[in-house]
Design a protein around this ligand. Structure first.
Ligand code: ATP
Ligand code: MG
Length: 488
């Protein structure tokens, strides 16, 4: 029987060449770190002249290759598929590396296989332990240096020392270690890789100076994100054949997990970054994490813009609050921010005082004294002269303000002012209160420019009226009122 497929090594090597050289040691180290019981791996990368580089990767696994035919069988069932704590799965990586070699040799506990111009050949020599991969590769000096530089970024797993050209890979100290549940891929009984969720340890590291944050799969870089942390996920992460990109949904889940477990480590300059913003708008963002980020970004004093009480927004600003507008977050982010219970609408924090009770019950009328009746006459005449509006005047028992104005009705709180307040000749504080209330004919918001303008205009108008018609301000000219039914 002949096989369905043959593989063109030349063709494969050309496809692979476009990926550069940074991934090569990744594939070889991945296999060495996956080897059962390994404690030590050495990598050497040496120029071999004529545009060639010799790469040797050797490990000390007591087991070595269990099936040496996998060294040259593309897509054989990888024994690592079912184990989320091993990195390999495609049974492809080693072959991709071999495609770039002019000559190679894999020596292991179960035998040795040689690859050369004359083809593939097995020899019986066996190693007592471990595997040595030796390849003469078409890499020039610059490409070889690139490969070595890339591998310096790797995060060596616990318990495995890794030497690259004699220098041990740096053991980095995580800034945070936590457990969470993340998507991974594990083969089912038929050997088909399936996505599933699984508990995993995640380590966060400070990226080396000048390096973008990167996601690692058990020490091997998968995807540069530019986020604040280098993130090492302790199990298989769902990714493509080329091992260079993550599923977007996985990255989102990972970012939420990071936010939930390290919110207080998020740097000031990262608070509004893409990754934090994305995590903020994702299901599962913890209220404490959302709260920590939002309060650090905007301060402790935050309210949301209140469309139902516009003055409250200005009052909030005047009291040093940051008012968050709808556009600050998207819908999902708002959901999480609201669920965290940290920001209330301005109307609940710095409400505009409402003169009447919330039930809307009208306050009780008070029978006016003669002085109050004269004062009413003055108010109506003044409002007509100054603002061309016909107002009604009400004298009321207790409500929440000294006076109020609405729908051309000016109400005075007699309980607060006292009946004596209306006695005697016209005073400045009386005109002051009337102008304040009449200003609301133009604008309700005390803190607006429009209201401010109305007040200065009315003030100026009052002066002009006083000069032109001083009699208008003579309270004694106004008679007792006729038109108001008054309760006892
Ligand atoms: N250093 C090693 N020690 C023991 N076994 C090894 C070693 N290197 C390779 N192997 C074996 O060779 C097989 C082929 O390696 P290869 O890298 O091609 O595939 P993989 O690691 O299974 O999957 P992937 O393509 O995802 O890397 C591995 O499954 C493993 O069984
Ligand atoms: Mg592999």
């Amino acid at each position: 029987m002949t096989a369905w497929f043959d593989v063109s090594k030349e063709g494969l090597s050309k496809l692979v060449a476009r990926r550069g050289s940074h991934w090569i040691l990744g594939e070889l180290l991945q296999n060495a770190w996956d080897a059962p019981g390994v404690t030590m791996v050495t990598v050497s990368v040496e120029p071999a002249g004529r545009g060639l580089t010799e790469i040797v990767v050797e490990d000390d696994s007591p087991v070595g290759f269990s099936n040496l035919t996998h060294a040259f069988t593309l897509f054989a069932e990888s024994g690592k598929k079912g184990d989320p704590s091993q990195r390999g799965r495609f049974n492809l990586g080693e072959k991709l590396v071999l495609s770039l070699c002019n000559e190679a040799e894999i020596a292991t506990t179960t035998g040795t296989v040689h690859f050369g111009p004359e083809g593939r050949r097995n020899s019986r020599s066996k190693r007592a332990k471990g595997t040595a991969f030796r390849g003469l590769m078409r890499l020039n000096k610059v490409q070889a240096e690139d490969a070595v530089r890339a591998v310096r970024r790797f995060i060596p797993p616990q318990g495995i020392r890794t030497l690259v050209n004699g220098v041990e890979l740096e053991r980095r100290v995580p800034v945070r270690t936590f457990e969470c549940t993340l998507p991974t891929e594990i083969a089912d009984e038929e050997g088909v890789l399936k996505r599933t969720k699984r508990k995993v340890e995640v380590n966060l590291y400070q990226p080396p100076e000048g390096m973008p944050g990167t996601v690692f799969e058990m020490g091997i870089p998968v995807n540069e994100t530019g986020d604040q942390f280098d993130v090492d996920v302790g199990q298989k992460v769902p990714q493509s054949f080329e091992r260079d990109s993550l599923l977007p949904s996985f990255l989102r889940d990972l970012r939420v997990a990071i936010l939930n477990n390290a919110a207080e480590l998020v740097e000031e300059k990262e608070l509004a970054s893409d990754w934090v913003t994305q995590a903020l708008g994702t299901d599962g963002a913890a209220p404490e994490a959302v709260s920590s980020v939002v309060t650090r970004r905007f301060g402790e004093k935050v309210v949301t813009f209140d469309v139902n009480d516009r003055e409250a927004n200005d009052r909030a600003i005047a009291q040093g609050y940051v008012v968050l507008h709808g556009s600050t977050f998207n819908k999902e982010q708002w959901n999480n921010v609201k669920a965290a219970g940290i920001v209330k609408p301005a109307g609940q924090v710095t409400p505009t005082p409402k003169p009447f009770s919330p039930e809307g019950k009208p306050a009780e009328l008070v029978a006016p004294t003669p002085a109050m009746a004269r004062f009413e006459g003055f108010v109506r005449a003044f409002c007509l002269a100054a603002a061309k509006v016909e107002v009604k005047v009400s004298y009321l028992k207790w409500f929440n303000a000294t006076a109020a104005y609405g729908e051309r009705n000016m109400s005075f709180n007699v309980t607060k002012l006292g009946k004596a307040w209306f006695e005697g000749p016209l005073r400045q504080d009386q005109i002051d209160l009337v102008i304040h209330e009449l200003g609301h004919e133009y604008e309700s918001n005390h803190l607006s420019t429009k209201y401010n303008d109305a007040l200065t205009r009315l003030g100026a108008k009052a002066v002009m009226l006083a000069l032109e018609n001083p009699g208008l301000f003579d309270l004694s000219r106004y008679g007792a009122r006729q038109d108001m039914k008054v309760s006892a």
